[in-house]
Design a protein around this ligand. Structure first.
Ligand code: SF4
Length: 382
């Protein structure tokens, strides 16, 4: 099954930490919708017959800035171009300020059955620090609004590690979310990305980032807190009540094929070696101009041989609770870590970063999850 990702590059204003591709000046979305539909049709001639679509994900940017009519046109184009008869999950990212009962009813009628809500914090000073549009009351109200309008399957994003955030705010954020029985929570440590206003504030000394130790403590607290309240910690950033794991994101962690549409969207396709990954141009005007000429709006294509895919598989699987299956790594990617990295595996276990290997599977401990990248680096084959 193929995953489809549609990047909607519009935002009302710039959040200080964000390095996704978006524009804040576009009032009309017509030329974008036309371009994205052209791209979908263009790609379908090469890929539609290969695999039915399993999941659809509208990310951004702020997809909830698209009106339901525009969303409907894109969904109809997907249905006309690909086999969408067995789609398991269709997710729409929304921001709290856009969510009204009327909007929810309209997108449900289009087949959207899961929402991902950009809440980030339930506290006003956090939201102002990040330059979010919504208010703290809106962050709380949106959960009741989506639920009372028929969305039982939804996720919220929360960010920890904000500079100068009172320590009780983070635990309160988790408490509010779990008390409201939010079925899926994605938590992210604030990172200082190049080219963002936040990076500029840090460089000018206006903002002092949280220390690595504080970040690690907050992450460890998060894992313990949410697990105690019945959440499965099924991927480094993802916590779900039973039955609410994200189906779409699972594709990224298992090397399933996905096609990305829209400026800056990424795609991955592996039917024969080498596999391909490509990224669309990160510029709305150029994206639209290329598609007016029926040219694929691709900026960069990477060919991935089996050794690169093996490295990725190790990295992706270690992030998941299901873990890294050493037998699958050997049969699918030709890498036997029990031969190539036996010393590193023993050391990581002795240091408490991985659990004792059971059922030929390597899984991180909570401590290992706080240093996932470094554990991964020690396990990559030479
Ligand atoms: S965090 Fe989301 S809403 Fe904020 S600027 Fe980035 S894409 Fe837009």
């Amino acid at each position: 099954m193929t995953g489809i990702y549609v990047h909607v590059p519009f935002c009302a204003q710039r959040c200080t930490y964000c390095d996704f591709y978006f524009v804040t000046t576009e009032k009309s979305h017509a030329s974008y919708v036309e371009a994205v539909c052209t791209e979908i049709r263009l790609r379908s001639s090469a890929y539609a017959s290969r695999d039915p679509v399993g999941t659809i994900y509208f990310g951004g940017g702020t997809p909830s800035l698209l009106n339901p009519d525009d969303l409907g046109v894109i969904i109809e184009t997907l249905n006309d171009s690909f086999d969408c008869s067995a789609v398991q999950e269709t997710t729409l990212e929304v921001n709290p300020e856009d969510v009204t009962p009327e909007y929810l009813a309209a997108v449900r009628a289009l087949g959207i059955d899961r929402l991902s809500i950009g809440i980030q914090s339930f506290f006003e000073d956090d939201l102002r620090f990040m330059n979010r549009v919504h208010s703290a009351p809106a962050a709380r109200d949106v959960i009741e609004t989506v639920r009372s309008n028929g969305f039982d399957n939804f996720s919220i994003d929360l960010i920890f590690g904000l500079p100068d955030q009172p320590p009780e705010y983070w635990s309160a954020n988790l408490e509010i979310a779990s008390t409201l029985d939010v079925p899926h929570i994605s938590t992210y440590g604030l990172t200082i990305e190049n080219g963002t206003p936040l990076k500029n504030q840090v460089e000018r000394g206006v903002v002092v980032p949280a220390s690595e130790e504080d970040m690690s403590d907050q992450f460890q607290f998060t894992m313990a807190y949410l697990r105690d309240r019945g959440y499965e910690h099924y991927e480094i950033s993802s916590f779900a009540l039973p039955g609410h794991r994200a189906v779409h994101n699972h594709r990224y962690w298992t090397h399933n094929n996905y096609l990305g549409f829209g400026p800056s969207a990424h795609s991955f396709w592996w039917s024969a070696l080498p596999a391909s990954r490509w990224a669309n141009v990160r510029n709305l005007r150029r994206y639209e101009a290329l598609l007016r000429q029926h040219v694929a709006p691709v900026d960069d294509t990477e060919r991935l041989a089996i050794d690169s895919l093996a490295d990725e598989y190790i990295l992706l699987r270690l992030r998941t609770a299901d873990g890294l299956d050493l037998e699958e790594l050997e049969s699918r990617y030709g890498v036997d870590l029990l031969v190539e990295r036996v010393d590193a595996l023993a050391q990581l276990e002795e240091s408490g970063f991985i659990r004792p290997i059971r059922n030929h599977t390597v899984q991180l401990t909570d401590l290992g999850k706080t240093v996932c990248d470094s554990v991964t680096a020690q396990l990559l084959p030479e």
